[in-house]
Write a protein that binds this ligand. Structure first.
Ligand code: SF4
Length: 183
């Protein structure tokens, strides 16, 4: 069979392969590497953070996805996971942490509070973190089970694998940042 007849059609890797070789695009190779080596920064403020602890434990074992290395320094993290109720007073801190993370970076809003304020429709609670920073994936639930958090991580992995290396230079991405008044 001619090697070109063996084009792989898996959504995460389109490549030419034959006896002893495999060729793909630089963008896809980087995407696969990035998606399997995310360093999460857990911004946990309340109960959803407890679910995340369980997600990290041996039963659910987030290490299977290459994300066992939590980073409490924004400089090294590339996945901001916001878990819990975010008070309006805390919003500027969250934004500062986001700004300190280097590109490329992704954000998950874990649970109802981070996604929409949850049950706390009050003057003091931010009604969703997307009021202050862009969000890539929302995980529903109050609290979401660890399986749901893992599902959110897998959705981010899909996103990373399909993201063009040049996406962050596009006018669309720049205008998204401008809409949040971010550089
Ligand atoms: S969504 Fe529910 S479980 Fe999560 S922080 Fe809010 S109140 Fe707690």
């Amino acid at each position: 069979m001619h090697p070109l007849d063996k084009i792989k059609t898996e959504k995460d890797l389109q490549a030419y392969q034959g006896e002893g070789f495999l060729a793909t695009t630089f963008s896809q190779a980087i995407g696969i590497a990035r998606s399997n080596s995310m360093w999460p920064l857990p911004f946990a403020t309340s109960c959803c953070g407890i679910e995340f602890m369980s997600t990290m434990g041996p039963n659910y074992d987030l290490a299977r996805f290459g994300s066992e290395r939590l980073s409490f320094s924004p400089r090294q993290a590339d996945l901001l996971m916001v878990m819990g109720t975010i008070a309006k007073k805390m919003a500027p801190i969250l934004r500062q942490v986001y700004e300190q993370m280097a590109e490329p970076k992704w954000v998950i809003a874990v649970g109802a509070c981070a996604s929409s304020g949850g049950i706390f429709d009050t003057y003091s609670v931010l009604q969703g973190i997307d009021r202050v920073i862009p969000v890539d994936v929302y995980v529903p639930g109050c609290p979401p089970r660890p399986e749901q958090i893992i599902d959110g991580i897998m959705k981010i992995q899909d996103l990373i694998k399909s993201e063009s290396l040049r996406r962050r230079d596009t006018p669309e991405y720049q205008s998204l940042l401008e809409s949040y008044n971010l550089d």
